[in-house]
Design a protein around this ligand. Structure first.
Ligand SMILES: *Cc1c(COP(=O)(O)O)cnc(C)c1O
Length: 224
């Protein structure tokens, strides 16, 4: 396995280039190291390199790592979240990237003793296998979240299709940006929607060029 240090340097070079190309500032983009494939030790190495934001997609694996690493990292829950699992993780995560239904919003609101920063997950690829709301469902969904005061919609999240076609990827990220603007125009106090969680190991440069503020990097950073 490559060293995380080397991976991080390469990632940062590419990020810097993508920022220059799109006239953005590197500090406006947060790298989330997705540690779901790797050991606690490897996750700890990332923290020691100064990577403070870690992402996990399963509650069991997250809790295992949290037990050891605790609040040394800011934890992002990035995977499909079953409603009955909410109570296990809610006190320990900073962000949930996969809010996609009212039953989940209701449970988060009930279990959270504080405001939780959430991303509404959007399915832009139209693939049935992917979770997330259809674009036309996003605004009505967010409007209904007014009943859940512990939920703050900090942004939108998407997973692009697993393909190399740059045009398709770019269009996908642009669509999320466009939706973000629509949400912002609603001016809902609980939905500032200033962030975009998009871009993974194989497409983060395009995502950054199109406005990503959080990128979720697993294989290209900590390994697979
Ligand atoms: C696994 C995962 C990632 C990271 O994937 P890589 O391609 O390894 O960078 C990002 N987001 C989500 C939701 C994931 O499940």
């Amino acid at each position: 396995m490559n060293s995380i240090k080397g991976n991080y340097e390469r990632l940062n070079e590419k990020l810097t280039k993508a920022c220059q190309k799109s006239n953005r500032r590197r500090e406006d983009i947060t790298v989330i190291a997705v540690t779901k494939y790797v050991s606690v030790e490897r996750a700890n190495e990332a923290i020691e390199l100064g990577i403070r934001n870690l992402g996990e997609n399963r509650d069991q694996e997250f809790l295992k790592k949290y037990e050891v690493l605790g609040n040394r990292a800011k934890w992002h829950f990035i995977g499909t979240l079953q409603t009955r699992k909410v109570k296990n993780i809610i006190d320990k995560v900073e962000y949930i990237h996969s809010l996609d239904r009212l039953s989940l919003a209701k449970e988060i609101n009930k279990r959270a003793g504080r405001t939780i920063s959430c991303f509404v997950q959007v399915n832009l690829s139209g693939e049935n296998s992917k979770h997330g709301l259809r674009p036309d469902e996003v605004i009505p969904f967010i409007e209904q979240l007014k009943d859940y005061p512990n939920i703050k919609v900090v942004g939108l999240m998407t997973m692009a299709p697993h393909i190399d076609d740059e045009t398709v990827l770019r269009n996908c990220f642009r669509s999320l940006k466009r939706l973000q603007k629509e949400v912002q125009q609603l001016q809902l106090p609980y939905a500032p929607c200033t962030e975009l969680s998009m871009g993974m190991s194989n497409d983060f440069e395009i995502a950054v060029e199109e406005g990503a503020t959080y990128i979720r990097i697993g294989s290209a950073l900590v390994g697979e």
